[in-house]
Design a protein around this ligand. Structure first.
Ligand code: 13P
Length: 244
């Protein structure tokens, strides 16, 4: 039985009602193999709309973030309980844009992971280094610290997305060896320190339909977290229809 491949579209703060409906209508009629999970993560205000549109399709809904409490006086935030009500199965947690623009730190991210597990929503936990960390070769220690401080012990159904900050939206990607090194290192680290064996490892950062299959093939990753290219019908459908 072929392993599941996760193709996660992170639409970020893009697409309106009309454009998201158009894109979803194209994704809905795509014939994709059963082992490909097509996970779409729209911005919050689109979730009810997309949740309606994807009924009886293969598309799986995810959210881009959640608060670490289920409810309360947190103006402007959104609860995992509503994410669940609308049928989301995944939530992206700890994206570098949340860390950068909302000052999210590892301890807050850990609480978000815990609340998502409690509610049976699978967290897609983002890790990844800056260009400086890559240059001065401290990237593995930086990622280990993120894993150590964010991931609860003995977690089941963990998805890690390795997104080097310098690769996001830049057109740059690490070498295949670099991605493979980080994948192996993360898996070993999680196994040793957290007793976690069951980890899906995604790569994210300037993924498109031209580079995805080689990354998948050479680095043996379990899928991709895709930003810009996930907004373009041709790009994302070519990834989803591809030869797995
Ligand atoms: P790009 O694919 O646009 O580089 O974005 C990657 C990303 O941040 C996905 O979460």
């Amino acid at each position: 039985m072929a392993q599941n491949t996760l193709i996660v579209s992170n639409w970020k703060m893009n697409l309106n009602l009309i454009n998201s409906r158009k894109l979803i209508s194209k994704l809905k009629i795509l014939k994709i193999p059963k082992n490909i999970k097509n996970i779409v993560c729209p911005q919050y205000l689109l979730i009810p709309h997309i949740s309606d549109l994807i009924k009886s399709s293969q598309i799986i809904l995810g959210a881009q973030d959640c608060h670490f409490e289920e409810k309360g006086a947190f103006t402007g935030d959104s609860s995992i309980l509503l994410i669940k009500e609308y049928g989301c199965k995944y939530v992206i947690i700890g994206h570098s844009e949340r860390r950068q623009y909302h000052n999210e730190d590892n301890s807050e991210i850990k609480k978000k992971i815990k609340i998502s597990i409690k509610n049976n929503i699978i967290p897609i936990v983002c890790v990844g280094e800056s260009f400086l960390h890559r240059q001065n070769k401290s990237y593995l220690n930086f990622i280990y610290k993120q894993l150590d401080e964010c991931i609860p012990k003995k977690m089941k159904q963990l998805v890690i997305a390795y997104e080097p900050i310098w690769a996001i939206g830049s057109g740059l990607t690490p070498t295949f060896d670099d991605i493979t090194e980080v994948k192996e290192s993360c898996k070993n680290f999680l196994n040793k320190t957290k007793k976690i064996n069951d980890v899906k490892f995604l790569y994210g950062g300037s993924v498109n339909s031209r580079n995805f299959f080689e990354i998948k093939d050479k680095c043996k990753v379990d899928g991709a977290l895709i930003g810009g290219a996930s907004l373009l019908e041709k790009e994302i459908t070519n990834v989803l229809k591809g030869d797995f």
